[in-house]
Design a protein around this ligand. Structure first.
Ligand SMILES: [Zn+2]
Length: 71
């Protein structure tokens, strides 16, 4: 099994900014849990969404950890 390298390290509590904003107008999501799938909550309307690792990586523009830019 080859090691799989991920583009972003998602951790609980991180704020993920998506390329496409949610219909509510917010593009920031808070990470609630990380595993094979990433569960996140919209910072604008509180909607929960579960995304596969591949999907969330494609949708992610940037990740902030505890207010610190990771790049
Ligand atoms: Zn929303």
């Amino acid at each position: 099994m080859p090691n799989k390298f991920f583009l972003y390290k998602y951790q609980e509590g991180d704020i993920v900014t998506f390329k496409k904003p949610h219909p509510c107008g917010s593009s920031d999501w808070q990470v609630l849990s990380v595993g094979g799938e990433v569960k996140c909550k919209c910072m604008g309307c509180g909607r929960l969404q579960v995304l596969t690792r591949d999907k969330i990586e494609k949708a992610t523009k940037s990740v902030k950890s505890n207010g610190t830019e990771k790049g």
